[in-house]
Design a protein around this ligand. Structure first.
Ligand code: FUL
Length: 581
């Protein structure tokens, strides 16, 4: 009798003892702080300081602190708007390239303490950090490495100054989730009255390794952002998109803040050595700073929704900038559009049609229920489906049981085991025939596909190529409503301006940085330029450039390029024109 009982229990013991180990991770892997950052997905940038009051994108550094005087600054309004829009944090430009500090830094007089705002007693960084805490938002800081105000910029002394300021920001304002270092570095500036051009070696000047250590020491859970990470990387454009193929890993040692190979940041590297996921930074208006002339150019819902899908839906995060206005508020037009975006996102992802649906797979790791196909529709991000080690090509089939209308497909790899998938396709079973919906490349933490409505009873995801056997943690399917776009009325602006649209080509366009503009009666005698200067931040943001000048008359015009924005020195124009009264 004993003998039979043993035989009966033995197979049960065998299965639980031999439940297979999890798949081997594919390196590089995200750190704990990066995993926490990935969860945020959507958060805000605020560009607000001296440029807001001088109506510029890049101040020269000689602006008087007297100019900084918001009439109704309300950081709680910023926090409320961001919270209601579903954002998870706010990153503030504590100091931009002009060097003016939004906090009363001990190390300079070029700050709010010399401004009329609150009689020099104010601290915008403190007010925002407090508002973020009140609204349950994360708080981050942008500290420009370039400082066109500081007399020592370009010399070793400036690095001490820069690091002292970093310490102030990371010590006095509570927890910081992201520290943002811009890649725009070196060039002309006021520099304490020197009024000259100061080029630096972008790779070595800041001794980045030791600067990063300060962040690690003071805010160990903060992610460091720059062109080169080390935690989060720039996406290589400021228009609001990552490439469809987007690897979180990059060969990190090939980059530094401001390095010329930034176009590669749009895709990452399949053979990347470090996990450095992309962040898509883009402004809700053409400029990063508030310009009244852009009040009618706030990005509209279809544009913002495209950015959402081209960032969060392409394995990146979405950092949306608000150019806070001269009152000190997020402008009502910006609020209106971001709330439309928030409503549309809610509507698009309202009802997950795949949740709890039956799923089958062509391979299940060790035939174990731990790795079963249905883990992808159980709504639990900690469970995943995995195929056997030697299996790359494999499919998951989701059964909706009845014809179901759908137009969104969301899929996630379990990135704790690395980014693995290189190529996949999606098919739909329509009237007993399989139809190809999409043929794509990478997945990563999140990939969302938009496609025309299809009524299908099953969906099939096929992994066609991967670095190792696939590990999929989640699949969601939606039927997003169509968005209605309001009719738009366009009118020409008044005033005498010349306008220049840079070459809109995506790869290495020829962009003019410094220019001179001339007017002539006969096309031979040109005289002095009627307008000259720089197109600030034009390299990253190649939008229409308008320059105003005193009224002149003439029959011929000439735009002279004095310098190019790119090191390759190419110059190009997409459009060029004059707008008059
Ligand atoms: C750029 C800067 O030069 C812009 O002014 C802005 O701050 C943007 C976020 O980064 O590189």
């Amino acid at each position: 009798m004993k003998y039979f009982i043993l035989l009966f229990f033995f197979p049960v013991l065998l299965i639980s003892c031999f439940s297979p180990q999890p798949p081997e991770p594919v390196h590089p892997l995200p750190s704990e702080r990066q995993l926490a950052w990935h969860e945020l997905e959507f958060y805000a940038f605020v560009h607000f300081n001296m440029n807001t009051f001088t109506n510029m994108e890049w101040g020269f550094g000689n602006e008087s602190p007297e100019l900084f005087n918001p009439t109704g600054l309300d950081t709680r309004q910023w926090a409320r708007v961001c919270k209601e829009a579903g954002m998870k944090g706010i990153i503030l430009t504590a100091k931009h390239h002009d060097g003016f500090c939004l906090w009363p830094s001990e190390y300079t007089e070029h700050s709010v303490k010399k401004s009329p705002w609150k009689n020099g007693e104010g601290d915008v960084v403190r007010e925002l950090a407090d508002a973020c805490r009140e609204y349950g938002l994360k708080f981050g800081v942008y500290l420009s490495p370039w400082d066109r105000n500081h007399p020592d910029y370009g010399r070793p002394e400036y690095i001490t100054y820069f690091r002292n300021q970093l310490r102030e920001l990371l010590t006095n304002y509570g927890e910081v989730f992201e520290v943002w270092f811009d890649g725009a570095n070196g060039g002309t500036g006021w520099y304490g009255g020197a009024n000259e051009e100061r080029r630096i070696d972008r790779k070595t000047y800041y001794d980045w390794e030791n600067t990063y250590k300060i962040v690690r020491e003071l805010q160990p859970s903060a992610c460091l952002f720059s062109d080169a990470g080390p935690d989060v990387r720039w996406v290589g454009n400021e228009e609001g998109w990552a490439m469809k193929t987007n690897w979180a890993p990059i060969r990190r040692d090939e980059f530094y803040p401001g390095s010329p190979n930034y176009a590669e940041l749009r895709t990452g590297h399949e053979d990347g050595t470090h996990w450095v996921p992309a962040e898509v930074d883009v402004s809700i208006r053409p400029g990063w700073y508030y310009h009244p002339s852009e009040d009618h150019k706030v990005k509209t819902l279809p544009h913002l929704l495209d950015i959402y899908y081209n960032s969060i839906g392409r394995n990146a995060s979405f950092l949306l900038n608000f150019p806070v206005d001269t009152c000190g508020l997020i402008h009502e037009k910006d609020v209106e559009q971001v709330m439309k975006l928030a409503d549309a996102v809610k509507a698009d992802f309202a009802d997950n049609l795949a949740l709890g649906k039956r799923v089958t797979a062509t391979s299940i790791r060790g035939n174990s229920s731990k790795y079963k196909a249905r883990n992808v529709t159980d709504g639990n991000p900690d469970t995943y489906w995995a195929a056997d080690d030697n299996i790359i090509e494999s499919s998951l089939e989701i059964n909706f049981r009845k014809p179901t209308e759908m137009n969104r497909f969301l899929v996630q790899e379990d990135i704790r085991l690395g980014q693995r998938v290189k190529k996949f396709k999606l098919e739909a079973l329509v009237d007993n025939g399989w139809h190809l919906i999409a043929s794509e490349t990478t997945i990563g933490r999140k990939r969302i596909l938009r496609f025309p409505n299809v009524t299908a009873s099953k969906l099939r995801l096929t992994i066609e190529d991967a670095k190792a056997s696939p590990v999929i943690s989640n699949i969601e399917v939606y039927h997003a409503p169509k968005i209605l776009i309001e009719p738009e009325i366009r009118r020409n602006k008044n005033g005498l301006v010349s306008s220049y649209l840079p070459d809109q080509g995506r790869w290495n366009p020829g962009i003019i940085f410094n220019y001179e503009f001339f007017v002539s009666e006969d096309g031979n005698n040109w005289g002095a330029p009627v307008s000259s200067g720089e197109f600030s931040n034009i390299k990253n943001s190649p939008i229409w450039q308008e320059k105003r000048f005193e009224q002149v008359s003439g029959r011929f015009i000439k735009l002279r390029a004095l310098s190019a924005a790119e090191e390759n020195g190419r110059i190009g124009l997409a459009e060029f024109g004059i707008i008059t009264d």
